[in-house]
Design a protein around this ligand. Structure first.
Ligand code: ATP
Ligand code: MG
Length: 425
């Protein structure tokens, strides 16, 4: 019986990988310009990290984690997101000892046990950044402007930025009471998870995906009306900072984000060409997380963008470009000694850095030339006994059919093709 991939996972096939590489390349270029250094961390972590870091009452921790005991009896979880891991690494490797802020970036696979649908997978990938040790509203604007630059350079259209402030523990004291009172009056209609969250963490109900809970949440009190002086100031300055950079946004008081660690600024970039799973990038500030995970009180802010959702948008908007690398030259061969000559020359061309191909499937000469065409080779030649005896081949330009006599050596072929390319420029 054929074995198929696990539900909610995807194979990215060779034709599509170029698109991924382009997105990753764009992410790295943006991080270089904004000064965010890449960090690589384990695919799995202690379960405890996410219980404490993401929050016990979140959907991610309550329903979505890939958690198992390893053979040593430790509870292990496949990373559902990147921030908690980066905080752990920041503390564990004493990155706070460097001049602050510490600006980090990552591209990682994430694992969440969700109901698979378009744009929602069980294994997906995130490009994200975090900035530690900076409290200024200019930092919020820098992070948002980095996300904005990245999405623009990827080339997608129809993305809108929504921002909100969800305050700090001070603002939430009064707000949580108001919110509890509101949800208590609808308690009988809430889903079971939300009923249990009501007393512990009522803000989580606002983020619940169940249609009934989200309908009730629509009329709930909004945190933005309860901000303390400090949070209000910070939000106003973040907004004027974005205005200063010419980055357009709308305030959306309903954004609370799905992870417990956020404080003050939160934001989402939403696409108009994704359907239900429309958020491509989400992030925000977190003031208590580093301390929660055993570090000194340290401000943090970051975002994560879902790469699969970006790929979907690019495809929906017809923005894929044909940029598969094709061979510069294909060497066909007739007979054993020709096969050996072709093999050696192709290898030497590759050592020189030129994409070169030969037949590996025992095709006839005619079939070899057909194959060269299929591969999109720019030049080709047939090697037979005569070519070996004379040390010369007829190199054919596959586009215009012109041929030229060239010595049967990697250097000569390389020089000829490079020269022809230079003349074309
Ligand atoms: P959603 O509300 O769509 O469930 P989220 O709030 O859980 O998203 P985050 O934890 O903020 O998402 O993750 C950041 C980004 O990662 C999302 O904006 C999205 O682009 C992507 N993402 C999250 N979960 C998935 C998933 N299961 N499959 C594919 N991409 C995802
Ligand atoms: Mg989610």
């Amino acid at each position: 019986m054929m074995i198929t991939k696990p539900r909610g996972t995807e194979d990215v096939l060779p034709g599509e990988v170029k698109l991924w590489q382009k997105i990753e390349q764009t992410a790295r270029e943006c991080c270089d310009v904004f000064g965010y250094k890449e960090i690589r961390t384990p695919v799995f972590e202690s379960t405890e990290l996410f219980n404490r870091g993401v929050g016990e009452t979140t959907d991610v921790v309550q329903k979505e984690m890939y958690t198992f005991n390893d053979k040593g009896g430790r509870s292990i979880t496949l990373k559902p997101e990147g921030t908690a891991t980066l905080v752990r690494s920041y503390i564990e490797n004493s990155l706070y000892a460097n001049p602050q802020p510490t600006k980090l970036s990552y591209i990682i696979p994430c694992f969440r046990y969700e109901k698979p649908q378009s744009g929602r997978l069980r294994e997906f990938h995130q490009f994200g950044v975090e900035c530690f040790g900076a409290e200024s509203p200019e930092t919020d604007a820098e992070i948002i402007s980095l996300a904005n630059t990245f999405l623009n350079r990827v080339g997608i259209k129809g993305v809108s930025l929504y921002i909100n402030s969800i305050g700090c523990p001070v603002c939430r004291k009064e707000y949580n009471e108001k919110l509890k009172a509101y949800f208590r009056s609808h308690e009988d209609k809430l889903c079971e998870t939300c009923k249990a969250r009501l007393e512990k963490n009522p803000m989580r109900i606002i983020d619940c995906k169940s249609p009934i809970c989200s309908e009730i949440a629509k009329s709930a009190p909004k945190i933005i009306d309860y901000l303390c002086e400090d949070c209000k100031n910070h939000f106003d300055k973040t907004r004027s900072s974005l205005d200063n950079l010419g980055i357009g946004y709308k305030i959306n008081p309903d954004i609370v984000r799905g992870l417990d660690y956020y404080t003050k600024t939160v934001f989402e970039f939403v696409s108009d060409s994704l359907g239900a799973q429309s958020t491509v990038c989400g992030g925000g500030r977190y003031s208590g997380l580093v301390e929660e995970l055993g570090g000194k009180p340290t401000e943090g802010i970051g975002f994560a963008a879902g790469i699969e959702r970006l790929v979907l948008i690019i495809k929906n908007q017809g923005l894929e470009s044909e940029n598969e690398v094709t061979p510069e030259v294909f060497l066909a061969a007739i007979g054993d000694s020709a096969v050996r000559a072709a093999q050696k020359t192709v290898y030497e061309l590759r050592l020189l850095g030129m994409a070169a191909e030969q037949d590996l499937c025992g095709r006839s000469v005619k079939a070899q030339m057909k194959f060269a065409n299929k591969l999109g080779a720019k030049y080709s030649a047939v090697i037979g006994d005569d070519e070996i005896a004379n040390g010369k081949i007829n190199l054919k330009n596959m586009k215009n059919g012109e041929t030229a006599e060239v010595a049967l050596s990697a250097d000569a072929i390389y020089e000829f093709i490079k020269k022809a390319e230079r003349e074309l420029e």
